[in-house]
Design a protein around this ligand. Structure first.
Ligand SMILES: O=P(O)(O)OC[C@H](O)CO
Length: 182
């Protein structure tokens, strides 16, 4: 359990206070001081957790701490964080449930494929498109968490991450298919 993996675990643990603050913010009206304060707390935790995503990879590469556990844990922690934000926002009708379903479907499918391929002895780490997908998801979600936009604007903000989620998902499916066909 090296530092990058500990940071990924921290990202998972931070989901608990994050969901509590975001739910509290959305339960009260959109523009009260209480709601805005809760939004700011939720956004700070979300951004903090997202930053650990940037640093765990950087530290792992710099200090040669890349492990198979890390290659699986890092994307999993990102997915847990992003999905927790999406589900909470959908629960309070802030974003389209269909967007959430598509993203969860992709994330579950890729995690499943990663495990199947890992059982064959091949570990598929995050690709550049997958990293962009996660980065754009985190940026769009930070804006949606922090600012009480309308339902339509929230969904427009999620369009780019949604497209990258699908396209990068297809890229992984092709990669896994090639590994399994070998
Ligand atoms: O697209 P994935 O599943 O490889 O996830 C990418 C990671 O979240 C990048 O840190």
């Amino acid at each position: 359990m090296n530092l990058p993996n500990k940071l990924a675990i921290l990202r998972i643990i931070l989901v608990i206070p994050f969901v509590i603050f975001l739910s509290l913010a959305l339960e009260v009206s959109d523009n009260t001081a209480v709601s805005m304060t809760m939004r700011v707390f939720a956004a700070i935790i979300f951004v903090g957790a997202s930053i650990t995503d940037y640093y765990d990879g950087k530290i792992a590469r710099k200090y040669n701490l890349i492990t198979n556990l890390g290659k699986l844990l890092d994307p999993l922690a990102d997915k847990i964080l992003v999905i927790s934000a999406l589900v909470t926002l959908a629960k309070f009708s802030q974003i389209s449930l269909w967007f959430v379903i598509v993203i969860i479907f992709r994330e579950l499918m890729i995690t499943g494929l990663r495990s199947i391929v890992a059982a064959e002895g091949v570990v598929i780490a995050a690709e550049s498109l997958g990293k962009w997908k996660t980065a754009t998801q985190m940026i769009a979600l930070t804006l949606i968490i922090l600012i009480p936009f309308s339902f339509t604007i929230n969904n427009i903000l999620l369009l780019t991450p949604l497209i990258l989620t699908v396209v990068s998902g297809v890229e992984y499916v092709i990669k896994c298919k090639n590994v399994l066909n070998k």
